[in-house]
Design a protein around this ligand. Sequence first.
Ligand SMILES: Nc1nc2c(ncn2[C@@H]2O[C@@H]3COP(=O)(O)O[C@H]4[C@@H](O)[C@H](n5cnc6c(=O)[nH]c(N)nc65)O[C@@H]4COP(=O)(O)O[C@H]3[C@H]2O)c(=O)[nH]1
Length: 705
Amino acid sequence: MSNLAAPTTHEGTDAEPRIHLLDTLLANMEGMIYRCRIDAQWTMEYVSAGCFELTGYQPQDFLLNSRICLEELTHAEDRAYCRKVIVDALANHTRYVLEYRIIKANGEVRWVGERGMAVTDPASGDTVLEGFIQDINERKRAFEALREAERRFRSIFENAVEGIFQSTATNGYIAVNPALARMYGYESPQHLMAELRDIDHQVYVDPGRRHEFLRRMEEDGVVLGFESRVWRRDGSIIWISENARAVLNDAGEVLFFEGTVEEITTRKQHEEEIRFQATHDALTGLPNRTLLYDRLEQAVFQAHRHGNYLAVVFFDLDQFKYVNDSLGHQVGDRLLKTVASRLKSCVRDADTVARLGGDEFVLLLTDQASEDSFTQTLQPILEKVATPWLVNGVELQITCSMGVSLCPADAADADTLLKHADAAMFRAKQTGRNNFQFFSAEMNSAINGRLEMMTKLRRALGANEFTLHYQPKLQLATGKIIGAEALIRWPQADGSMISPAQFIPVAEESGLIIPLGEWVLQTACAQIRAWEKAGHAAIPVSVNISPLQLERGNVVDMVTRTLAETGLAPQYLELEITESVVMREVEKSFAILEQLKALGVKISIDDFGTGYSSLSYLRRFPVNTLKIDQSFVRNISSDPNNAGIIQAIISLGHTLNLNVLAEGVETEEEFRFLLENRCDEMQGYYLSKPVDEEAFVQLLPPSDA
Ligand SMILES: Nc1nc2c(ncn2[C@@H]2O[C@@H]3COP(=O)(O)O[C@H]4[C@@H](O)[C@H](n5cnc6c(=O)[nH]c(N)nc65)O[C@@H]4COP(=O)(O)O[C@H]3[C@H]2O)c(=O)[nH]1
């Protein structure tokens, strides 16, 4: 052993080659083989050549501590540890294994690994240590880096806000982090893993959810944004979103799944709120038009499929506008809420009560075995809605009208069913309200008739097809014609006339009454001026103002403009407003009438006696004339009630200093009665039917008469 620093003796020549081999091996070995004494310096007796590579010192530097000793070479902080491990091994007669730092000759600190054992020197009989020291700096550094990375990842795992899990394909968890345990309501990850052994049933609320998770995993190897409802430990339910992937082995087999879990309950609640708002009515919480259509389409589908009946009920409160106008919107809203809950209480859970807006509701009654069973549902609704309710200590009552269309009998699609139910509701209103009507084919033709009429009306207005007739008014005391009522006429190509009773309601319904009414006003005013200019005595002409004109059209502006355009003095224009319209919106009507009065035009209340005017209102209203409705004039002799009513109206009118006119006077008898009862004026076939302008002009007295 040429580079052995200590002298060694070997007996026998056959040992030479072995010694040579050992020499070579020891010299070329990475690391240092040593023999040392068990003393304070670990005094070296033998050090192999690898010593230089390992420490930067020559083997001779160590031998018998000539320049440096092993104790000194060892990093000061590790010396005690090294000594303890060795001493313990000696005591236990075992090998020792150490990892510690040395300080090389150039001052560099490096990690080394050492293993060795105590041996007895056969020559001296002393116990010495023989061992091997190797540089493990790189391995140690890699290990440290790994440990650091592991520590960092564990910290992320432990402290993440999101839940993190590893789970098996067979329904159990391998690892979960504290966030997931908290999210699912468990004390710790350990508790969660101990208790949740069946993810399929214990975690997911909706059956088949785990199956879906596994299906997607199998298909794509990942599951992204997987939203589910899951149980918490206390039985409550939360929404979660999972992102997960399959971890595979080299053979491509699934080892486990790992992923993250985010709680999204609040987001889901917001989404749910937004969805609810988009599909429900804010005031009553009932389904709105959008949701109604959805449900209706489904119900139609089901009715076809199962052969059951479906009823679509159009529901509208009677005179709801009065409640709103007279008691205010707050009371109106409360009423609508009350109605909504009453309606719900009358139908089954599977049925739908929706609000379309205003006081319009739609009911979908499904799954009925026969058409008759609907009647049994609707009758109680009429009664329930009409039950009085208390508002600020005052008892109020409101009724409703309903129209019903049936699927499949009346229509097979949602739109037509709704349209038919609406038509039937219209009929219920016409037949005195507080009732329900089933749709009939004849209603359908009425709707079509109305639609056709609307189109024709619009065209006729553009083509200026209308004309005015005038019906004279007679002053009973003098027998003189003192005015006229302008009445619209719609002559047809065949010489016939369409009655205003037919087309005025359609014009009202379509809004066409606004331009039509303006045309009437302008034509009448221009006509009076023309008569005047032609040398006839100027007489006032009255024009009918429709409810919609009063409600929507700006009547005051229209009259002001027309008077200015035609140059007519306002006292020659009289506006006839129906009593029921005035009474419908008392305050609004009052304001408009005041402004009209200020313009100087006259105002008469048409159809008086049919609209329940109260005396106090009449006194306030700036009107000139009460026109007794023709229904009272008719049969005066045969019906003493009518005679009494007319006498009462005349006397009331005179008390209030108003002019009283009776319309629809057809007979001498009626004429005499009115004369005797000091009615001021009359109008009717007895004197003249409404006639065209040329015929009317013959009735007019000359200007100096
Ligand atoms: N049986 C009978 N009827 C008599 C007698 N005297 C007059 N009449 C009719 O009674 C109606 C009186 O007009 P109204 O009550 O305002 O009722 C009017 C009015 O509400 C409406 N109307 C007519 N022209 C206009 C108009 O220019 N504008 C508006 N908004 N409505 C109009 O149409 C309704 C019907 O008008 P008309 O068919 O012209 O019917 C007129 C008139 O021809 C009589 O002695 N016996």
